[in-house]
Design a protein around this ligand. Structure first.
Ligand code: ASP
Length: 438
């Protein structure tokens, strides 16, 4: 049995958190490959090491020096090593790092040092081997992860290594320079390692006990999702459910390695299990897995009689959106109607009226109408396509709360129902759906 464990920033924040991580790792011999983030916040006012490192780079750009910010990095790591009672020459490693940051003059290199130092200290503390992510993770010339190349490297380098600590968040680009993933990217590193070593489970340890069915700021009693499929998670993550980096499921998906989101500070809680479809069906009885949403969309509603008989109608509409560089989020349609849904923040500088005018010119619609301040809410559930009455229950709950539905869109996957409501109804709507299904 092999488990890959990734520990996030809060789990690496200080010596106390390190001790907690060590007890988790030592409680199971299968926890062999450990991926770590940079130390995060120790309290609400604190600053994450990664943020201080980005500030270090800004200081370097502005002044040619890094004394002000790097002294904060130095202090945190020397305190950490001292508090852990480690016999380790951290000053020397920090001196080298300082020189390298100045020489490299790269934001990615600078930011990556948080994970690098954090993994060095954790490896020493656990007595595990340190394996640098720069020797494992590779990006191609377009900046995308070279998964096959990386996979081979992970296999080669970790073969025969019984236990290792690996820094998250970075790898090398095709020219050999250090390159990072986007923020929160250590989750992707964990997934890459799990795939490479063909782990039985990828445990992602964080500071919450898994994904909640919906935003607890709206429904304080929201339950933890016990199981969610990869696909459901994609839908929920797109709508804003964070906790895990949205790209972290791809490396493990093909190999069907499950991901368990666990709480470092409440390790006995089961957390959320992210599973392939077949595993989910065996033991789940719930219809709705999660509810997520986003505010501030704009709907361009277009009506034209016999729209369906006009070859190329939708293409002509979409070409206008493309011309203005706008991404289309949804496209619900009727016989004579089409709604184009775009995120409102894309419509800056008054381009909305230009878009509408060009649609008028391009397709001569009978009627075009713009609806602003719309929220989209996705009710996601793998079990939906097997049950009769899910939509009825959802709509009845909204009617009871007097919520005006502005748009309905059910994807052909029948994995979710997306509805559009006024921004002012957003919270009320999520809460009504939660109550209807829980
Ligand atoms: N330390 C990086 C960040 O704060 C990456 C990570 O923690 O996953 O985004």
């Amino acid at each position: 049995m092999i488990k890959v464990c990734k520990f996030g920033g809060t789990s690496m924040a200080d010596a106390k958190a390190f001790a907690q991580v060590k007890s988790i790792i030592n409680s199971e011999a299968s926890r062999r490959y450990i991926v770590v983030s940079a130390p995060g916040k120790r309290n609400k006012q604190d600053i994450k090491i990664t943020d201080t490192l980005y500030a270090t780079f800004e200081e370097l750009k502005a002044t040619g020096k890094i004394d002000k910010n790097f002294s904060l990095i130095r202090e945190r790591f020397t305190d950490l090593v001292k508090d852990l009672g480690l016999d380790m020459d951290i000053e020397k490693i920090l001196d080298q790092t300082e020189v390298q940051i100045i020489e490299n003059k790269s934001a990615d290199f600078t930011a990556s040092r948080g994970e690098y130092l954090s993994a060095m200290v954790m490896a020493k503390y656990l007595g595990f081997e340190f394996v640098d992510a720069a020797d494992l993770v590779r990006f191609d010339s377009r900046g995308n992860l070279s998964l096959d190349y990386t996979d081979d490297k992970v296999r080669q380098k970790l073969d025969g290594v019984e236990k290792a600590v690996i820094p998250g968040f970075y790898g090398k680009d095709y020219e050999g320079n250090i390159k990072t993933f986007s923020r929160g990217g250590s989750d992707i590193t964990g997934s890459i390692i799990a795939r490479g070593v063909q782990a039985d489970l990828y445990e992602n340890w964080t500071d919450v006990s898994g994904f909640l069915v919906c935003d607890p700021r709206i429904v304080p009693e929201a339950k933890v999702i016990k199981q969610v499929t990869y696909k459901e998670l994609r839908e929920l993550a797109y709508m804003g459910a964070s906790v895990l980096h949205p790209e972290a499921i791809f490396p493990v998906m093909k190999n069907k390695i499950m991901i368990n989101i666990k709480n470092t500070f409440k390790p006995s809680e089961p957390g959320t299990m992210i599973v392939p479809n077949e595993k989910y069906e065996l033991c789940s009885d719930s219809v709705v897995t999660g509810i997520a949403g986003k505010k501030d969309f704009t709907v361009i509603f277009i009506e034209k009689s016999m729209m369906n008989a006009e070859v190329g109608f939708i293409r002509k509409v979409l070409s206008v959106l493309e011309h203005y560089g706008l991404c289309v989020e949804h496209l619900p349609s009727g016989v004579d109607t089409l709604s184009v849904v775009v995120a409102s923040d894309q419509l800056k500088d008054g381009i909305l009226s230009d878009v509408v005018n060009e649609i008028r010119e391009n397709v001569s619609p009978d009627y075009v109408h713009v609806i602003e301040n719309i929220s989209l809410i996705a009710t996601v559930g793998h079990g939906m396509n097997r049950r009769v009455g899910t939509a009825a229950k959802l709509f009845a709950a909204l009617a009871k709360e007097n919520i005006n539905l502005r748009m309905i869109d059910q994807g052909s996957s029948e994995l979710n129902i997306i509805i559009g409501v006024e921004n002012s109804d957003y919270e009320k709507c999520i809460s009504a759906i939660y109550k209807a299904f829980n």
